[in-house]
Design a protein around this ligand. Structure first.
Ligand code: SF4
Ligand code: SF4
Ligand code: FES
Length: 259
């Protein structure tokens, strides 16, 4: 191991307490001392790097911060989201902000007939799954990826759409698949099929879209556009809000003028 490296203090997001324990990590092959208990994302910034890509929501939602790491002395390659994974000593880290997955072109409106046949045509590799389970072990969202791939193979598109619903599109599953399957883009396609062709149309949504198209809200929007920033802030602060624990679909505001 290298001699003890200098502590950097160029990051702008983390100011560790004076007695914080510093641990060594390796970012793209270079050693840095960073405070323990912070996330990989904060540690990378603390070390002086500035994110241009590979960072979005900072809350485990956008999937932009896929990260590979392993520990010195351990052959196992590990994966996680940089904004969710806490640094540990001797972590060797590299980020994967984009994975070049198979993204065939299609027009959802033009798909006719057998939806499963269309999945087979666009994503034939899905049907080569060998059932190794690497994708499921890799997924930072704890999704049973292998299972939704099996549902896709079987033609249970509804099951695959629901099972993959929490996917954040980080691409880590595809990056490790020995059959070179783009599980997450295939699952996105299946969710689109499910939303467009399988799920019953929501009548209330249709009604509301018609109301919007009829210009019902134009006057209200014009009134808002004419207001000053201060008036808008006041309106926002004083707006009626649905209570957190209200029963779904039951709450209505006192002011029903715009319903
Ligand atoms: S299914 Fe794949 S792309 Fe989606 S969150 Fe899991 S590992 Fe990431
Ligand atoms: S990693 Fe690939 S081959 Fe292995 S179970 Fe997942 S989809 Fe199938
Ligand atoms: S920054 Fe969005 S999931 Fe990590």
């Amino acid at each position: 191991m290298a001699t003890k490296p200098k502590q950097l203090a160029t990051g702008d997001r983390t100011i560790p307490p004076p007695d914080a324990k510093m641990i060594p990590i390796y970012i793209m092959g270079k050693e840095y001392m960073v405070p323990e208990t912070i996330t990989i994302m904060k540690a990378i910034e603390y070390a002086g790097y500035k994110y241009i890509r590979g960072c979005g929501c900072r809350g485990g939602i956008c999937g932009a911060c896929a990260t590979f790491y392993r520990f010195i002395g351990d052959y196992r390659l590990r994966t996680g989201l940089a904004c969710q994974t806490v640094v540990e000593p001797d972590m060797i880290i590299v980020q994967l902000p984009f994975f070049p997955a198979n993204r065939p072109s299609y027009t959802l409106d033009n798909i006719e007939g057998d939806l499963h046949a269309e999945l087979r045509r666009l994503y034939p590799e899905v049907f080569k799954c060998v059932g190794c389970g690497t994708c499921t072990r890799t997924c930072p969202m704890d999704i049973d990826v292998m299972d939704y791939v099996a549902l896709m193979k079987r033609g249970d598109l509804k099951g695959a759409a629901l099972k993959s619903f929490d996917c954040v599109m980080c691409g880590l599953c595809a990056s490790r698949c020995p059959a070179q399957i783009s599980q997450f883009t295939a699952a996105m396609f299946v969710r689109r099929l499910y939303g467009k062709y399988i799920l019953p149309k929501a009548e209330h949504l249709k009604k509301r879209v018609e109301e919007v198209k009829s210009g019902r809200y134009e006057r209200m929007l014009e009134e808002l556009r004419d207001k000053s920033v201060e008036e808008l802030k006041k309106l926002y602060t004083e707006r009626e809000r649905e209570p957190d624990l209200s029963e779904p679909g039951k709450w209505l505001p006192d002011d029903k003028e715009h319903l």
